[in-house]
Design a protein around this ligand. Structure first.
Ligand SMILES: *[C@@H]1O[C@H](CO)[C@@H](O)[C@H](O)[C@H]1NC(C)=O
Length: 286
């Protein structure tokens, strides 16, 4: 009898313990999941904000409007001889080159149509290169009419200082971030400038000039666009002389000169190509 009562009581106790345990487990699992989901969402948002996918800054806001406007300014005001160019087509070819594509998969061929539409011949003796002297070179070509830096050509003018890239599976321009060289060499901005610089140098003829910076230790820098791409793309059949200007900033101690080792390196490259080399130093006119 005592046994039976005991077993009944014990039975009902077991049942209560069982239900509340189940309920606790359910609640526990539910709360656990809730916390996990919340944490995941918050972390996702914070990561998305704090570390964009690429190291470079995002595309320039209003990229398409800017290139269209610059194109019209160029063909109407800067070089009216190019007045027959189709700026809408140029804008479309530029955008189509990178939109919807992996921003680290750029190839020169992506810009084939753009290069064709923007093709331009610079007259002989009028090509000016620069390396770490961009501002000075642009001041110079502004006052010495008829000279061209890369940024004085249609495509260089359109793209100067802009940034652009797309996203896979989206027809939008990526405004958050774009890859730079830390992410990949085959990003659309680097491939564009390398290609444009190469073509600019390949088409140069007669005497060409370069402005180099005498306030830095390597006035001729092998890793710059000039040292890496342009000087090697000069065609000995077309270019007879490269005239280098080593520019010193007034008030700063000169750190490189025409007789320095970096200029000597440049001279050797040109000797190998059978192109005459001259070098002059000058102080930056202020
Ligand atoms: C040379 O480089 C220095 C340091 O980057 C810069 O401040 C200066 O303006 C440059 N000089 C010229 C002539 O561009």
């Amino acid at each position: 009898m005592a046994n039976h009562r005991f077993s009944v009581v014990s039975g009902s106790e077991e049942e209560e313990a069982c239900c509340s345990k189940k309920a606790k487990i359910c609640l526990g699992v539910f709360l656990g999941l809730l916390v996990l989901v919340t944490v995941a969402v918050v972390v996702g948002i914070l990561m998305g904000r704090r570390s964009p996918k690429w190291n470079g800054k995002g595309s320039t806001v209003d990229f398409q409007e800017i290139i269209l406007r610059r194109c019209y300014t160029y063909i109407r005001v800067v070089q009216p001889e190019l007045g027959d160019r189709d700026c809408q087509k140029i804008k479309k070819a530029f955008t189509d080159a990178f939109i919807s594509k992996d921003p680290c998969s750029a190839r020169e061929e992506d810009y084939d149509l753009l290069m064709k539409l923007g093709h331009q011949t610079v007259p002989c003796d009028k090509t000016v290169f620069w390396s770490k002297t961009k501002e000075l070179a642009h001041q110079y070509t502004k006052t010495q009419k008829g000279l061209f830096t890369l940024e004085n050509t249609l495509l260089g003018y359109i793209a100067d200082d802009l940034s652009w890239c797309g996203k896979v599976g989206s027809s939008e321009i990526n405004l958050e971030s774009c890859p730079d060289r830390r992410n990949c060499n085959s990003n659309f901005v680097s491939v564009f400038w390398n290609l444009l610089s190469k073509r600019f140098a390949e088409n140069a003829c007669g005497m060409v000039q370069v402005f180099l910076n005498g306030s830095i230790s390597n006035a001729f820098d092998k890793t710059s666009t000039f040292g890496r791409v342009e000087v090697h793309s000069l065609q000995p059949s077309k270019v007879h002389t490269l005239k280098a200007w080593v520019i010193h900033d007034s008030g700063k101690t000169p750190r490189d000169t025409c007789s320095g080792s970096s200029i000597n390196e440049l001279q050797l490259i040109l000797r190998g190509k059978n192109i005459k080399f001259t070098c002059q130093e000058n102080y930056r006119p202020i």
